[in-house]
Design a protein around this ligand. Sequence first.
Ligand code: CP
Ligand code: NVA
Length: 302
Amino acid sequence: MKHLLKMTDLTKQEVLKILNVADQMKFNLTHGLEHETLKGRNLAMIFNKSSTRTRVSFEVGIAQLGGHGLFLNSNDIQLGRGETIEDTAKVLSRYVDGIMIRTFKQSDVEELAKYAGVPVINALTDDEHPCQVLADLMTIREYRSSLQGLTVAWVGDGNNVCNSLIAGALLCDMKIKAATPKGYEPARYIRDYAGQRLSLTNDPREAVAGADVVFTDVWASMGQETEAAARLKAFEGFQLNAELMKLAKPDVMVQHCLPAHRGEEITADVFDAHAEQIYDEAENRLHVQKAIMTLLMGEEPV
Ligand code: CP
Ligand code: NVA
């Protein structure tokens, strides 16, 4: 693994390696056993969209491992004034050991990786959110011990997190069902990747029936603010509420990458009933990203 650009680039072995190192990172942190696997390493963190979890977990994560993260708002660097991705990639690579980027176009991240001499980590694009899904897989494995054979349901927008989840679930031998309104299906490239292994429906009840884990996310992602009203209408009936959740397994888990809009994609009562799992999911961003950074730009953990 040279970069982390999208889930479909990963092999099953690479996913399991990241999850195992992430578990080790969590254990080490909670037992005072941390190794400075990123001592002296610097990570440029380019943000072209808002963030709470991603920014804080990357910045804290690298600091805990002896390195340093530089928060770069893309409007404050010359990239925001038209400097090319190629020049940005080549110059940053002279200073830092890795580049993390959150932006709109997946192709911009791929281009950055093409010209960078250091590993590039995708911290969310319109198409993908691999760091999130790796944290989700880690969380499910903590609760369920093994991922293999579990049934995962996605309800709502076939967005970036959904695309990454489909690949992540399949890589871990899970079954995946997605319910979206017509016109809001997961991206074509991910449907092609999954083929018959992805069960797609326009009926949330069909997706949630018998599920071990149910996922949702906001109906309007960052960059889709002008579509918010139309989406609110289109996603009617796609809310995770108590009635829908009754169709899942009795011990069903709920995962939400956050931020959540209670009363839209999830009711407050369903959120509250699964809040611990959702906050664990957010916490695991820290551990999983420490694993990703260590594997890409650090020393193998002991
Ligand atoms: N889930 C997630 O990526 O959160 P932020 O947008 O706060 O980083
Ligand atoms: N789908 C959401 C995820 C936020 C973490 C977005 O892209 O805004």
